[in-house]
Design a protein around this ligand. Structure first.
Ligand SMILES: C[S@@+](CC[C@H](N)C(=O)[O-])C[C@H]1O[C@@H](n2cnc3c(N)ncnc32)[C@H](O)[C@@H]1O
Length: 369
């Protein structure tokens, strides 16, 4: 997959109804009558194709820009509902944008737009303390003074609010991306609590959801994660209809509180190389994150994977079944050798970052006989 930015900008006549000489005011903000809003969202690196296709399908997003880990789009859907999409990490409502030149002049342009009424802040922000931050080319960035103070004053006047540096109120962000020719002024969307509780060693909810999406979930699926850990993948799978969901591990983690798992999810304690309770051909979908032989010690990774794929071949229905496996980048060559020897073929593969570690997610199917 290309790691280059994919600038898909709308024409003036299309998605830019409020284009201005000095910058672009956002279209109407969510919550007010009808009309689309403009969003900027971040997601796990490497899964852009999957995320943008999901946004188009789920919230009828019209994409303006996407790169390896972010996208800008318009949608009629509210900011709360967008922030609740399980595969997005941070969601921002884009208020305004200006051509990308230098940062100080961008801040002054935003201040002028506020002072002249070309940019209005959402009503919900009124009276709410705020802070101003910048994320430029993937890094937190300092904002140059005095342009920063001018913009804080302009926001303060427009929202009748004061600066609150600890981040307990509203957050306005200046966003720049290497492949985007604009600087954005955006208001951070709500932080959804469903996305914050992740035990150490567990996959983040956004990554889990995207791995599940790779498996093309459908309601007849009999799903299995045989290396369940904290059962993050079973939890993510339970957001979509399924005939059955099983998660299993040799060690039942204290972090996987069965009380917090949906009732449909069945927890087992079995070795993935044997899976004694699972009948031959009874599973349609495996999505799993086996030990990488990096953090957990595995004596002989090849031997371990050979036994694992033999077990998968036994429990999977030979017709129409899917396997999604996450493996560290170093181990993926070995994994694919073993999978192919066991009769699977590669359908798709995405290089991603898992907590900063290079990994590859691969979709496999049993090869036709
Ligand atoms: C990388 S972790 C999975 C983490 C999980 N995806 C999560 O989000 O919590 C690999 C898991 O495989 C389990 N495991 C190791 N060997 C196993 C085996 N032979 N059979 C089943 N589970 C095993 C470990 O206990 C560990 O929980």
């Amino acid at each position: 997959m290309s790691r280059r930015g994919n600038a898909r900008r709308a024409s003036d006549a299309g998605q830019r109804p409020h284009r201005h000489t000095h910058g672009n005011a956002a279209v109407q903000h969510p919550g007010r009558s009808a009309g689309p809003a403009r969003y900027y969202a971040q997601f796990p690196a490497g899964l852009s194709a999957l995320v943008t296709a999901s946004l188009e399908a789920d919230v009828q997003a019209k994409l303006e820009f996407s790169d390896d880990s972010s996208a800008m789009f318009t949608s009629e859907t509210s900011v709360r509902a967008i922030a609740d999409l399980p595969y997005l990490k941070n969601v921002f409502h884009v208020l305004y944008d200006v051509p990308r030149r230098n940062l100080a002049s961008a801040l002054e342009s935003f201040s002028a737009a506020l002072a002249e009424g070309r940019l209005q802040l959402p009503r919900e922000a009124n009276g709410r303390p705020f802070r101003l931050m910048a994320h430029i080319d993937g890094q937190l960035a300092p904002l140059p003074k005095p342009a920063r103070t001018h913009l804080e004053n302009a926001i303060g006047r427009a929202a009748r609010a004061r600066v609150e540096a600890r981040g307990l109120g509203e957050e306005y962000w200046i966003v720049g991306r290497r492949d985007l020719d604009r600087f954005l002024l955006a208001r951070r969307g709500p932080k959804m609590t469903s996305k914050t509780r992740v035990p150490a060693g567990s996959l983040a909810p956004e990554v889990s959801d995207l791995l599940i999406r790779m498996s093309e979930p459908s309601k007849g699926d009999r799903f299995l994660d045989p290396f369940g850990g904290s059962h993050a993948l079973a939890r993510a799978r339970s957001r979509y209809p399924a005939a059955s969901i099983i998660t299993s591990d040799t060690v039942l983690s204290r972090d996987a509180d069965p009380g917090d798992l949906p009732r449909q999810v069945v927890v087992r304690c079995e070795d993935a190389r044997q899976l004694p309770s699972i009948e031959d051909g009874s599973v349609t979908t495996i999505v799993t994150d086996p030990p990488w032989g990096e953090y957990e010690s595995v004596d002989d990774l090849r031997k371990f994977l050979v036994a694992t794929f033999a077990s998968f071949a036994r429990v999977l229905n030979p017709r129409g079944s899917r396997v999604v496996v996450l493996m560290n980048r170093r181990g993926v060559g070995l994994l694919l050798d073993v999978a192919q020897e066991a009769g699977f073929q590669v359908v798709a593969s995405h290089d991603i970052l898992v907590n900063g570690h290079p990994a590859t997610a691969t979709l496999l199917r049993p090869a036709p006989a």
